[in-house]
Design a protein around this ligand. Structure first.
Ligand SMILES: NC(=O)c1ccc[n+]([C@@H]2O[C@H](COP(=O)([O-])OP(=O)(O)OC[C@H]3O[C@@H](n4cnc5c(N)ncnc54)[C@H](O)[C@@H]3O)[C@@H](O)[C@H]2O)c1
Length: 336
């Protein structure tokens, strides 16, 4: 099968390409290689595939409508896994324009490409941040997601709405995946697991938001990628019996689905830090501080729907996940 993976140089994108290639699929990966974080890390992720003839990398901005139209027309993808986005909650407060370009215009270009070229299935990244002001846990896809607390989250919710309109109007099967804090080897330098590892190793002080009273449904990268691929294999069908009044917001009379994809067991921030400390054998210097703008107190995924549809069952626990992250981090930066 021929896949387009957007955001192929990213954390989840590169791991997804790797798994698709291992399963003998043909993959075209696109990414604009922007400098939101270290471009060398993005290039190093891509370098893993440089000898794989089934992989082609194209440097492209998904917000560039003309190039995207040409790419879709020329390549004729069977399926699309759309992961390119301006990520990060806090940066969306400083630079909302980057989110409008990549997450709104870019997402529209992907939808248009799928629509005009009869792509079988579009799987795209949403986020647990859509749950915003929700306090009830675990978060279920039947919960209201109308109250985001960051512009990033608002763009991800918008992605789901945009996808629904295309599923409805053009019968395009779409699946949105709400990712919950992904961590592991090749992880993102703007996220806490990487930042903590780096700072503790360098003897720098780590900032601990809300004085450590926070919970995250940390999910290991391999579990996430397994879920992404499983979801791409289950093409949603229109449910003719679905009604707005009685149906779940995560389904539709159109071929449209939204799932949570997390570990399903939230971890206290201090426990996460302790596990990094014990793996490194170093006690962190800690600066406890208030909750930061755009942050949520707790994330906790109910993944029952994804399990029923695909058999998705996360299996990597915190200890092994943190060990793998740290082994990779040491090995990667020793060689730089
Ligand atoms: N990692 C997580 O915990 C997490 C949680 C929730 C949602 N997500 C979502 O999952 C997706 C992948 O996240 P990630 O952690 O791999 O992030 P990432 O930043 O590592 O990967 C995104 C990639 O997209 C590329 N990109 C950004 N804008 C682009 C554009 N306009 N054109 C082409 N390429 C562009 C970036 O260069 C980057 O390589 C994103 O949509 C993100 O919002 C991730």
């Amino acid at each position: 099968m021929k896949y387009l993976v957007t955001g192929a140089a990213g954390f989840i994108g590169a791991a997804t390409c790797q798994k698709l290639l291992a399963a003998n699929h043909t993959v075209v990966g696109i990414d604009n290689l922007n400098d939101y974080y270290d471009v060398n890390l993005k290039l190093a992720r891509l370098a893993q595939f440089e000898n794989d003839f089934e992989f082609t990398f194209v440097k492209m901005d998904i917000a560039d409508r003309t190039s995207m139209t040409e790419l879709f027309k020329h390549e004729k993808f069977d399926r699309v896994i759309h992961l390119a986005a301006q990520a990060g909650v806090r940066y969306s407060i400083e630079n909302p324009d980057a989110y409008a370009d990549s997450n709104l215009v870019g997402h529209l270009n992907v939808l248009e490409g799928c629509r005009h070229n009869k792509v079988q299935h579009l799987v795209y990244a949403s986020s647990s941040s859509v749950y915003g002001l929700n306090e009830k846990t675990p978060f279920e896809t039947t919960d209201s997601v109308d109250h985001p607390v960051s512009f990033y989250a608002a763009t991800k919710k918008a992605n789901e709405l945009m996808a629904h309109s295309y599923s409805h109007l053009y019968n395009l099967p779409t699946t949105g995946l709400r990712f919950f804090t992904v961590y592991g080897p090749w992880g993102r330098p703007d996220m806490a697991p990487y930042i903590f590892t780096k700072k503790i190793l360098n003897g720098d002080t780590i900032d601990i938001n809300n004085n450590g009273d926070m919970w995250r449904d940390f999910t290991y990268i391999d579990d996430i990628v397994e879920g992404v691929i499983r979801a791409s294999d289950v093409v949603p069908k229109a449910d003719v019996n679905w009604k707005v009044e009685s149906g779940s917001p995560s389904s539709s009379s159109a071929p449209y689905k939204v799932y949570n994809i997390g570990h399903g067991s939230p971890i206290n921030l201090m426990d996460f830090i302790t596990s990094i400390e014990s793996e490194l054998g170093i006690e962190a210097k800690k600066n406890f501080r208030e909750m930061q703008a755009g942050d949520v107190y707790k994330t906790f995924a109910d993944t029952q729907d994804l399990y029923i549809a695909t058999g998705y069952k996360p299996c990597v626990g915190l200890e092994l996940g943190v060990k793998n992250l740290i082994d990779w981090y040491k090995d990667f930066y020793e060689k730089q």
